[in-house]
Design a protein around this ligand. Structure first.
Ligand SMILES: *Cc1c(COP(=O)(O)O)cnc(C)c1O
Length: 549
């Protein structure tokens, strides 16, 4: 008995063999003379990193393993595609014979399902969402059963554009009620929702496929990286509809970068910010007189129903705001993506319900060298979250003191060559921290600018700080021990110098006492306190008679 995928697939696809391409990247010293590639390395630095003179791995093993672990499935259960769009196209071309076969969709929903089906010459059958855009699961199953030669049924959860979510057990029940049809569940936005993914369920079933993407939650729309997840047999068959080298080396490099462990926390933080902004915007927009309805579903967008969409279009256009008007989805329907806080404030202002905007003072940066890879996020106007992982526990504790006493949020993750010693990690974290702080301060207008001193038992530390725009550092003090844990005490002076350079600040440190732990901790606490004063918002512009810092 052949498997479901094989029975449903187009005979041409079943007959097709796999491409004759060696599946794995070869060791670096291999002399590759097998693919008519150009042996010279590319000229541009970005291209160089991804070696675009060589063909990419058709299914890059490392990326596949990272995606598989991200989605909680085996690498065999996943095929990497050029965005989820490409996965939709792949499935339709693999399973739908032109003229004969059909797909089922539940509008209003993502338009690509119907688009690719029409392109393939497949019929598109529509079963509309019910009142309040809720899915009538029984009606959907009945429509599927009533459709001759139905190959694929698509459900989007969270749905684009309505934001609606179909519960995981409902999705599984629908798949189980339609054993001769493949249910495709599009989870492009699931990271922004509290819905449970059915990716693991898909691996266990012959007729369930899940689509995921790095476009939305990981900010990689331009790199075009997505995935289809399902049973190994189904995935292997569907993948035959892909071209031989579907993914560009540059995109693979971008995806590996985005998924690097030290960047995960920043992505999670960004997603949390978008979710918080979605709630804030929904709450504010519900008070706008021009809107009948504001839906905040599970996506990185809201679905609005405008009383007068033409007028809304005008207000947005005047403010330079682009939104997606979807009047076929609902009368006055507008899909509004959640942007940065400043962008969202511009939307509120365009609707006449804005506060006077307080510019946000946050920054996130990534700093990668051959020795360390660091990601930092700072928000000077929020006290939480603080999570620091430099690889050197004592230094984590010190930076945490700086942020806690400075009264700002700090996320910092570093992976580096700790097998050599702690030097690079500590130094580079100090540089990255200073750079992020400098970026968050922007033009440094409206800040306090200056310093602090502090006792800690027998120790005392004095920090004189000036966010002057000019780097200078002075360190007076010495330590008796060489190390505190894995942390070399000689690094403290070095950290303050690197930090002052990157922040473009004058930092004078004087420390005295007996216990090295107390002395070191007093330095970092005093730095936090000094920063708290210096970064504080005060009335007025740039605190310099020059007008520039
Ligand atoms: C954006 C979107 C996609 C496509 O994402 P890519 O990975 O960028 O192709 C798929 N499904 C839905 C519902 C979307 O909104």
């Amino acid at each position: 008995m052949t498997c479901l995928a094989e029975r449903l697939a187009r005979p041409e696809i079943v007959a097709l063999g796999d491409f004759d391409i060696p599946p794995r990247a070869v060791p670096g010293d291999t002399i590759k003379l097998d693919a008519n590639e150009n042996p010279f390395e590319p000229l541009g630095p970005a291209a160089l990193a991804a070696s675009v003179n060589r063909y990419p791995e058709p299914q890059p093993a490392r990326l596949k393993a990272m995606l598989a672990s991200l989605y909680g499935v085996d690498p065999d259960a996943l095929v990497v595609t050029r965005g989820a769009d490409d996965a939709i196209d792949m499935l339709i071309r693999a399973f739908c014979r032109p003229g004969d076969d059909a797909i089922l969709i539940a509008p209003p929903t993502f338009t690509a399902y119907a688009h690719f089906a029409r392109l393939q010459g497949a019929r598109v059958v529509e079963h509309y969402l019910g009142p309040d855009f809720a899915l009538d699961a029984q009606g959907f199953v009945a429509a599927a059963r009533a459709t001759p030669s139905l190959k694929l049924a698509f459900l989007c959860s969270p749905d684009n554009p309505t934001g609606g979510i179909v519960a995981a057990d409902t999705l599984c029940a629908i798949a189980d009620a339609l054993p001769e049809t493949i249910l495709v569940v599009d989870e492009a936005y699931i990271e922004f929702s509290c819905a449970e993914s059915v990716a693991r369920e898909a691996v266990r079933r012959p007729n369930l496929v899940v689509l995921r993407t790095l476009s939305k939650a990981f900010g990689l729309a331009g790199a075009r990286i997505g995935a289809a997840i399902g049973s190994r047999a189904l995935i292997a068959l569907a993948a035959r509809a892909l071209p031989p080298y579907p993914l560009s080396s540059l995109s693979i490099a971008a995806a590996l970068d985005a998924l690097a462990p030290e960047r995960r926390r920043l992505h999670a933080d960004r997603i949390a910010r978008i979710i918080a902004e979605r709630a804030r915007m929904a709450e504010r927009l519900r008070r706008a007189s021009g809107l009948d309805r504001v839906r905040d579903g599970g996506g990185n967008f809201l679905f609005l129903e405008a009383k007068d969409p033409a007028k809304l279009r005008e207000s947005f256009a005047a403010a330079g705001i682009l939104a997606r008007f979807r009047e076929t989805a609902a009368p006055g329907g507008v899909r509004l993506t959640i942007g940065t806080r400043a962008e969202n404030d511009a939307v509120l202002a365009a609707l006449g319900i804005g506060d006077s905007p307080v510019g946000s003072r946050r920054a996130d940066i990534a700093r990668d060298t051959n020795e360390t890879r660091i990601a930092v996020a700072i928000d000077l106007d929020a006290a939480a979250p603080r999570r620091i992982d430099t690889g050197v526990p004592f230094f984590d504790h010190m930076l945490d003191q700086v942020a806690a006493h400075g009264g700002f949020s700090l996320l910092l993750t570093c992976t580096g060559d700790l097998h050599v010693d702690a030097h690079h990690c500590i130094e580079d974290c100090a540089i990255a921290f200073g750079s992020a702080l400098s970026k968050a301060l922007g033009d440094r207008s409206g800040i306090g600018r200056y310093g602090f001193s502090l006792p800690m038992d027998e120790a005392r530390a004095e920090i004189l700080l000036d966010l002057s725009g000019r780097p200078y550092s002075l360190f007076e003090g010495s330590f008796a021990a060489t190390h505190i844990g894995a942390y070399p005490t000689m690094m403290t002076a070095h950290v303050f110098r690197s930090f002052a350079d990157a922040l473009r600040a004058t930092v004078h440190v004087r420390v005295a006492g007996e216990d090295d732990h107390h002395k070191t901790e007093a330095c970092f606490k005093a730095l936090g306190r000094a920063l708290r004063q210096a970064i504080r918002r005060e009335a007025g512009g740039v605190p310099s008679t020059k007008g520039l810092l």
